[in-house]
Design a protein around this ligand. Structure first.
Ligand code: OGA
Ligand code: MN
Length: 287
């Protein structure tokens, strides 16, 4: 059966049909999926009854997976679990529990694993339990985010280096939520502010909530520029807001989009999303 392609947004994003990604995908079909990913940055598949084993198998077609760090309930596995359900009991986690506060950083625009020296290629998020309302995932096209910057700003950021750390995004929500040991696990890393796709050479702005400083700048000026860039890039015209249905799986290109979660009633409704993250293979900075 031939694949079908339906645009999600005038600028980017595509829904692919005609394939069951919960079963082994042949190389020719995957080649088309990979090409769509490089071109469109966001790829949605619907009605895919995913489980952990199947998600790992599909995700690994994109490359080796990252393993979750100590702050995520999926610690030591390829899964970053985004959920209001306790991993053991399945009961709703109270709103003031640190695990819920920790997840609030997901409400800020970010690119997954930008706090790693070699940041991720892409993430795959699968909707396992979806609330009836709220809990959307929003994405922003950062190729467009780059394009709309005035030339003066484009020139300015070309040679700047941003410092990214998990603690920067967590400190934006609740200073001190990470332990000293968790901070030490992930020291700040240096990232370029423009990321170039090595296949089609398209440029994207590379900032987000994990970016907290600019090398050689004072703290306030650095944060000021980072926040200005995020604001200029993440305008509504650049945005997809995805309302989840169980069985949806989205692959997004962390080099070319930022994303965030939206709120839902975490007391009344259940939400369980499983994320796998495919590691990158190149630094964002010239050697
Ligand atoms: C993630 C993430 C957003 C969401 O899994 O990396 O940011 O809507 N998720 O759960
Ligand atoms: Mn994320």
């Amino acid at each position: 059966m031939a694949l079908t392609f339906k645009k999600l947004h005038p600028l980017y994003g595509v829904e692919i049909g005609g394939v069951d990604v919960t079963r082994p995908v042949d190389a020719r079909t995957f080649g088309q999926i990979r090409a769509a990913f490089e071109e469109h940055s966001v790829v949605l598949f619907r009605d895919q009854p995913m489980d952990d084993t199947k998600q790992i198998a599909f995700s690994e077609l994109f490359g080796p997976l990252e393993i979750s760090g100590s702050a995520n309930p999926g610690v030591g596995t390829p899964f970053a679990r985004q959920s209001n359900l306790d991993i053991k009991s399945g009961e709703t986690i109270p709103v003031d529990d640190w695990r819920m506060i920790y997840q609030k950083a997901n409400y800020l625009w970010h690119s997954d694993s930008s706090f790693k020296r070699v940041p991720s290629l892409c993430s795959l998020l699968s909707g396992r339990i979806c609330p009836p309302s709220g809990g959307n995932t929003e994405l922003t096209c950062m190729r467009a985010g780059y394009r709309v910057l005035p030339d003066s700003l484009k020139n300015k950021i070309e040679t700047l280096v941003a410092e990214h750390a998990l603690s920067h995004s967590r400190d934006r929500v609740e200073p001190g939520i990470l332990s000293a040991a968790q901070k030490a696990e992930l020291p700040a890393v240096r990232q370029g502010m423009v990321r170039v796709n090595p296949i089609n050479f398209r440029k994207a702005l590379y900032v987000g909530a994990h970016a907290g400083a600019i090398e050689g700048w004072n703290q306030d000026d650095g944060r000021g520029l980072i926040d200005e860039l995020i604001e200029r890039a993440t305008i509504e015209d650049h945005r997809i807001s995805h309302a989840w249905r169980e069985g949806d799986i989205i692959v997004w290109d962390n080099r070319a989009v930022v994303h965030r979660a939206t709120a839902y009633d975490t007391v009344k409704h259940k939400r369980l999303m499983q994320r796998t993250t495919v590691g990158g293979n190149e630094s964002t900075l010239p050697r």
